[in-house]
Design a protein around this ligand. Structure first.
Ligand code: ZN
Ligand code: ZN
Ligand code: ZN
Length: 119
């Protein structure tokens, strides 16, 4: 019974952390310096402010390092009993799969953001 209760709390915690993280990612950033690429009938296309037109951004999970300090053993190197990293003290970042960069969330990897103007 007690284990079940602890598991429930752990699950609730993980779920709320995920909600918090996705909430941060979805929050729109105000445009301060908009660089216009083109304008058409009722729309303007700007260079994406988040990735600066690069289409990818540094992975925020690993801070662009491509790997993360092991959370199970707090990065202890040589602790072979750690089930997560088996003594490496770190592991490949699951978000960017070690690529260090991820697709820009704002422009969806296009480098451009389209805004409707006649609304
Ligand atoms: Zn570990
Ligand atoms: Zn990463
Ligand atoms: Zn972008």
């Amino acid at each position: 019974m007690k284990t079940e209760y602890t598991q429930k709390i752990a699950t609730a915690l993980i779920v709320s952390v995920i909600f918090f993280l996705t909430g941060c990612l979805d929050a729109p950033k105000p445009y301060t310096h908009q660089e216009m690429i083109k304008a058409g009938d009722g729309y303007v296309v700007y260079k994406c402010h988040t990735c600066n037109g690069n289409k990818t951004i540094d992975c925020s999970t690993c801070d662009g390092k491509g790997e993360q300090k092991c959370v199970s053993c707090d990065g202890e190197v040589g602790n072979k009993s750690c089930p997560t990293c088996k003594g490496k003290g770190k592991y490949t970042c699951p978000t960017c799969k070690g690529k260090k960069k991820v697709k820009c969330w704002e422009c969806n990897g296009t480098g451009e953001v389209r805004r409707e103007t006649n609304k």
